[in-house]
Design a protein around this ligand. Structure first.
Ligand SMILES: O=C(O)C(=O)C[C@]1(C(=O)O)C=C[C@@H](O)C=C1
Length: 121
């Protein structure tokens, strides 16, 4: 039995040469997935800062005009990159929905007198 974590169920029914090719492709997929996780982590760190700023200045969590521009831009980029623009739109909307939830949570914590920056005298 193969112990290569990339093999999955394919190891049971694929010729060794095909399996080798599949594993090589899966290595690239694993690297890309790792990059995606790191990119998303950085994006959420940035949006966390935006959430704190918005709560501090009583700004609404969502900015639909900004979202409209982001989606239009991302769809253009997706088309250029031969990625389905409808998928790019759904993906960005999915992330933004989560960001807005985080912003709302930060704003609720702030309005309940939650963690605040030290007062300057
Ligand atoms: O740019 C902002 O104002 C954000 O809060 C970030 C962000 C995003 O995730 O890109 C999230 C919510 C807004 O509706 C627009 C954009």
């Amino acid at each position: 039995m193969s112990t290569d974590p990339r093999a999955g169920e394919a190891a049971q029914y694929v010729e060794p040469e095909v399996l080798e090719e599949l594993l090589s492709m899966r290595s690239s997929i694993d690297n890309i997935d790792a990059a995606l996780v790191h990119l998303l982590a950085e994006r959420f760190k940035a949006t966390q800062r935006v959430g704190v700023l918005k709560a501090k200045h009583q700004l609404p969590p969502a900015d639909p005009a900004r979202e409209k521009n982001q989606i239009a831009r991302l769809k253009r980029l997706a088309e250029d990159a031969q990625l389905d623009p409808e998928f790019a739109e759904k993906f960005l909307n999915f992330i933004i929905e989560e960001v807005i939830r985080h912003h709302q949570a930060i704003s609720e914590t702030a309005s309940e007198g939650g963690p605040q920056e030290p007062q300057q005298r």
